[in-house]
Design a protein around this ligand. Sequence first.
Ligand SMILES: NC(=O)c1ccc[n+]([C@@H]2O[C@H](COP(=O)([O-])OP(=O)(O)OC[C@H]3O[C@@H](n4cnc5c(N)ncnc54)[C@H](O)[C@@H]3O)[C@@H](O)[C@H]2O)c1
Length: 311
Amino acid sequence: MRKKVTVVGAGNVGANTAQKVAAKELADVVLVDVVEGVPQGKSLDMLESAPVEGYDVKITGTNGYDETADSDIVVITAGIARKPGMSRDDLLMTNYGVIKGVTEQVAKRSPNAILILVTNPLDAMCWTAAKASGFPRERVIGMAGVLDTARFRTFIAEELNVSFENVTAMVLGGHGDTMVPLVRFTNVSGIPITELMDQQTIDRLVQRTRDGGAEIVRHLKTGSAYYAPAASTCEMVESILKDKKKVLPCAVHLEGEYGIHGLFVGVPVKLGAKGVEQIYEIKLSAEEAGALKKSAAAVQELVDVLKEKTK
Ligand SMILES: NC(=O)c1ccc[n+]([C@@H]2O[C@H](COP(=O)([O-])OP(=O)(O)OC[C@H]3O[C@@H](n4cnc5c(N)ncnc54)[C@H](O)[C@@H]3O)[C@@H](O)[C@H]2O)c1
């Protein structure tokens, strides 16, 4: 039987994610949005490219949730996107309401689904979905690290004029200005980047990675990045549905790992059929551990606001 993936939010990230999941024939796709006509129109348009592209999956668009029943994965991209000059934190309360409502709807119809959160502020939205669904931590996962890592890999490959594929990197922490690109674990076909570029160049690329989301927003002026976010989300979906057990940086609920308790923070995990199958606790240098702690504190601040305002 075919797998089923629901994507909630038929905007830029959601529609592109749905299209990629369908094009790779990973699953039948249900696209949900509050705006009448948008998920229906986009899903029909995607379906009509199936004969040309040669994929055989069902794609359904809807404003309701009944069609989402028994999904294997639910990707949540619903909410408002960051506008120029707007911090991720400004999005907090609006998107909290959206994520809580959406999660309640999907969780009751797909009680065994794995949730992949995309909506910002990411780490706080994961916390919201975990609370609203009551799902175990293996099945509530945030997409951020794969994208942040992809950006870092892109900048390194461009700088060195080498294949993008050859660059391996790891970015930890919250999805925000405090993310922690781990230079020590970054290499080109096994060659540490410290052998290939000077510290000043590395620092510049690390900073560009931290500002990666804002750089796109500055160009687009209205709206934020979506091609790379959709590709990153699709990589997570594929690893789960094909049980590939890829090791990817994802936001997961930490319960003591890295000395962090009760927060979603990006760390390396193994993604397979059960969702998060392993959390890797790597030994960090004092500087890296300090940066991760700072990043976790930024996530904590948002969660504290949520806890206070939703008492
Ligand atoms: N985690 C990441 O790395 C990452 C990367 C890119 C974007 N994002 C975030 O993803 C979210 C979506 O971005 P986008 O560019 O697709 O935005 P978008 O505005 O294009 O799409 C959002 C969609 O959500 C829909 N929506 C709003 N409320 C809803 C509800 N209650 N139920 C169902 N649908 C609802 C809107 O109608 C819209 O179609 C934003 O919060 C953005 O900041 C996160």
